[in-house]
Unconditional design. Structure first.
Length: 294
């Protein structure tokens, strides 16, 4: 089948060259042997017609030439023709930038980190918004590129391994597995032989390393904060230290966390003595005297 496809393409190239009165032998060699020539050699071998320095020079040289079209022979009149360059609009430039493979990989990583940080620490809002926008833009980029879904799944698997590392004691094995999975996924993400569509190794190392580092730092800090002692509300009052403002026998007032509270104690306490909160009943604190032993 490969040989047949090569023969068909060679015959097609030869037929075009003969129709345009070009070098048919060279056209066939270009298909079968991948031969290449310089611009001067190409003109000498009748592969091309003219060599132009720029577009105005090309327009000047094309004046008076005859071109064979389906409807017959047409003479070109390009003398004094105005060259109009059609530039992309700002919208087209933006979408073209988003469709770059490297940008797609970065957006995918940023979106995953943002959403996971929001899930681990609900209420931050900003990481969730940024993550959702980045993921939506990444999905747009991916739909315009030839994607290998196995690579996409490997990137997702790497993210899952990063999450599990925060919950499971694996002595770094899950982190290593996540880095390997994400790196392989990035290598396989674009399913195209074209060099300009491939993601450079330097970009993969930068994105994977940054993703792993940020994910462990930000999400790890959010997880550790869950186990910290509360500093506000009912739980934050327990163990707080204050001073007596109104003699307690058995009730009185204390100054804790910048506020006066009604308090009670099992033993009399005088004004200015230091106390510690050991319980809360409604809006009344139960306190005890702070001594060197306590």
């Amino acid at each position: 089948m490969r040989q047949k496809a090569e023969n068909d393409l060679a015959a097609f190239a030869r037929s075009i060259a003969e129709k345009r009165r070009r070098n048919a032998e060279w056209a066939e060699k270009a298909v079968r042997e991948s031969v290449a020539v310089t611009d001067v050699e190409a003109r000498e071998q009748r592969v091309i017609d003219v060599i132009a320095e720029d577009i105005p020079d090309l327009v000047k040289q094309l004046d008076g030439r005859q071109v064979i079209l389906l409807q017959g022979t047409v003479t070109l009149h390009t003398a004094g023709a105005t060259v109009r360059v059609q530039q992309m609009t700002w919208r087209q430039r933006l979408l073209a930038a988003l469709s770059h493979p490297q940008i797609a990989l970065m957006l995918l990583s940023l979106g995953s980190i943002g959403l996971l940080v929001e899930l681990y620490n609900p209420g931050l809002i900003f990481p969730g918004v940024v993550g959702a926008l980045a993921l939506l833009l990444a999905f747009y980029s991916l739909q315009t590129l030839p994607i290998n879904y196995t690579g996409l799944l490997l990137i997702g698997l790497g993210m899952v391994m990063f999450i599990l590392e925060l919950k499971v004691t694996s002595f770094g094995m899950l982190i290593l597995g996540g880095i390997v999975a994400m790196s392989l996924g990035a290598l396989m993400l674009i399913d195209s032989p074209e060099e300009y569509l491939r993601i450079p190794l330097s970009t993969i190392v930068l994105v994977v390393g940054t993703t792993a580092g940020l994910f462990l730092f930000v999400v790890g800090a959010a997880v550790r904060s869950v186990g910290r002692k509360p500093v506000s509300g009912r739980e934050g009052m327990l163990g707080a230290v204050g001073t007596v403002r109104g003699r307690i026998d058995p009730t009185g007032t204390v100054f804790v966390h910048g506020t006066l509270w009604s308090a009670r104690s099992t033993s009399p306490l005088e004004v200015s003595e230091t106390v510690r909160v050991i319980g809360i009943e409604g809006m009344r604190l139960t306190v005890e005297k702070v001594t060197e032993e306590t």
